[in-house]
Design a binder for this molecule. Sequence first.
Ligand SMILES: Cc1cc2nc3c(=O)[nH]c(=O)nc-3n(C[C@H](O)[C@H](O)[C@H](O)COP(=O)(O)OP(=O)(O)OC[C@H]3O[C@@H](n4cnc5c(N)ncnc54)[C@H](O)[C@@H]3O)c2cc1C
Length: 427
Amino acid sequence: MNIPKTSYPRIIIIGGGFAGIALARKLSKQEVQVVLLDKHNYHTFQPLLYQVSTGGLEPDSIAYPIRKILKDFPNFHFRLAEVNEIDTTCNTIKTNIGDLKFDYLVVASGSKTNYFGNTEIEKHSMAMKTIPQSLNLRSLILENFEEALLTTDLHERIALMNFVIVGGGPTGVELAGALAEIKKGILPKDYPDLDTRLAQINIIQSGGCLLKGMSENASAKAEDFLEKLGVHVWKNVRVTNYDGKTVTTNSDLIFDTATVVWAAGVQGATIKGLDAKDFVTRGNRILVNQCNQVKGFEHIFAIGDIACMATDEFPNGLPMMAQPAIQQGQQLGSNILKLIEEKPMKPFEYKDKGAMATVGRNKAVVDLKTLRFQGVFAWYVWMFVHLFFLIGFRNRMVVFVNWVYNYIRFDREARLIIRPFKKKFKL
Ligand SMILES: Cc1cc2nc3c(=O)[nH]c(=O)nc-3n(C[C@H](O)[C@H](O)[C@H](O)COP(=O)(O)OP(=O)(O)OC[C@H]3O[C@@H](n4cnc5c(N)ncnc54)[C@H](O)[C@@H]3O)c2cc1C
């Protein structure tokens, strides 16, 4: 791997997401050697992936080169690599570019889509966890409209213009809202020959409310916003299968559709060596103590989505969100330094700053610790927070200018099929 030898302790971080980057930033100024490995050479700002999928933003405005984030630190080394195995006996990781020994290891590999074992759904539906997946979805949406324009079969046209989103969390809600805005603002302009009334957006939620985990007000208001945008909200309905043509559910409801977006769950992206039952708990997450140590090890840690840290408030583990990931990364930085100095580590305490989701133009819901609000002001707050947490001045500027432009022009200029995603659809 061509990592220089040093007298400093070597800390390997697997994953350059919110958690891994926060940790690397904290440690790279210290007398330690930090090696960060990621299978992508960029950090992805996942909360805005849905805007890439729906042509609101170009992918490069929500991605940032990992090397650039940490370029000023001489003790920091990045390698583009996929970690395949962790050998906890020899303190070594095995990757597609070679093996490397560690003094301390931090697993920050995040999460992946959870299909709950349904391979048919996994094969035929679209996920939205990475930039390539979002670009696939963007292409598919646009290709469907192109095909709908050509087909003479009305049933097929309806299915091509029927969108089913499974999962009523923030990802599902935000995507449904964006698709509804495409139907209203883009379809009539780009496809005047298509009957835009045929475009239907459905969001299916197995539970009794959208945005589970947020307040009742936020959930009700998000549903109200979506319905006003013409989205069909199906609650207490569980999707049982999708064979590439038809979605079946546990009720009489079925949907003929060319596009199913699966936003119904995530699970920890575990790595061989730390994936056995001894380490992994609910949602395939690695069980950690209050100092993020993996059971049985003093020098191996997990942070972010992959880590399951149970607290009184969150007995099933902290939420799989950016804030716990960032806070754990920052705190673990201090704790590893304490461990090296043989001082006691400080247990992690999650500072819950609240949650928010946007449904579309002027429509968002915000739950802060003491204040809850919805509507236009919430939308401004949502935009400000997302701009603030984006990495890189250029990205912030590009996203801001895009949002202003889209707001004034009712437009989404990135509706481009750059990389065709060929999914043959025939009813
Ligand atoms: C569509 C979407 C919308 C979201 N919206 C919000 C939101 O509005 N607010 C919010 O708080 N949270 C949101 N989240 C959740 C939030 O993005 C995650 O909680 C957060 O990214 C977790 O950070 P992490 O560092 O643990 O993992 P990630 O950010 O997922 O980073 C993990 C990194 O590890 C790398 N990796 C994984 N396995 C390996 C391996 N074997 N070898 C090398 N590299 C590897 C990956 O390439 C990735 O870069 C959203 C998530 C998605 C998918």
